[in-house]
Design a protein around this ligand. Structure first.
Ligand code: 3PY
Length: 250
């Protein structure tokens, strides 16, 4: 049975005190077993305090990025081993903001995925099309090439540590959201592509999250789709109440 997962990406928000505050709110407001696996991704400086504060809860702490090299002269960068040394075993790779603003290519992301997996980490791999790709009806081809170029060299065994996160980039920070039908259509396409390459057993097991302005008001409709296994949540994960409302939308 594949897992339902809701992951909050706090992006470059929240200093230490604010991180501690939202974690305290999450702990206070979470009652019993959450309806899905819950993850939060604070910025680098807050990973260790978040890990310490959440280690007695089911909430998993993830990083928002990592470098593909093990160490060396890469000023400002963080390696997989450094993340692991502070208890972080899950990493978001290829978020649309990193692809757009930091020019992360499919090729670079393939290297980052390999390094994360070599370090026995779980990867939340993000990909998705821009508005012009969709308007030109190239969105399926584009998404499949992102998967092929960054993930289709992996072994079948590796897929147990891969979570996919489809981001319709045109629905991030624009006030737009993909309709539940658009989300299901793309998620079904993604699952079929994985099945064609790696077999239906792997495709049926991989969680595919939706990431595109998912919020308490639309999560239920989006998550109700057969091939949507949760969400990668941006802005709406910055308030414990909203984030938990999304978690409880299953
Ligand atoms: C957002 O919805 O803001 C995202 O970044 C989805 O990944």
């Amino acid at each position: 049975m594949r897992k339902n997962i809701v992951a909050g990406n706090w992006k470059m928000n929240n200093d230490l005190a604010q991180t501690q505050e939202i974690i305290a709110d999450l702990k206070k407001q979470m009652s019993g077993e959450p309806a899905a696996t819950v993850m939060v991704a604070p910025t680098y400086t807050n990973l260790y305090p978040a890990f310490e504060a959440l280690k007695d809860t089911p909430v998993i702490v993830a990083a928002q990025n990592m470098h593909q090299e093990a160490n060396g002269a890469f000023t400002g960068e963080i390696s997989a081993a450094m993340l692991k040394s502070v208890g972080v075993e899950t990493v978001i790779l290829g978020h649309s903001e990193r692809r757009a603003q930091f020019k992360e290519s499919n090729e670079l992301l393939a290297k980052k995925v390999d390094v994360a997996l070599e370090n026995e980490m779980t990867v939340i791999f993000c990909f998705g099309e821009e508005l012009e790709d969709r308007k030109a009806e190239k969105h399926f081809d584009l998404v499949e090439s992102q998967l092929k170029e960054s993930l289709y060299h992996l072994s079948k065994e590796s897929w147990k540590n891969i979570i996919l996160a489809y981001e319709p980039v045109w629905a991030i920070g624009t006030g737009e959201t993909a309709s539940p039908e658009q989300a299901q259509e793309m998620h079904a396409f993604i699952r079929k592509s994985v099945a064609d390459k790696f077999g239906s057993e792997i495709a049926d097991e991989v969680s595919i999250l939706y990431g595109g302005s998912c919020k308490p008001g639309n999560a239920k409709e989006i998550f109700a789709n057969e091939d949507v296994d949760g969400g990668l949540i941006g802005g709406a994960s910055l308030k414990a109440e909203d984030f938990l409302a999304i978690v409880n939308s299953f």
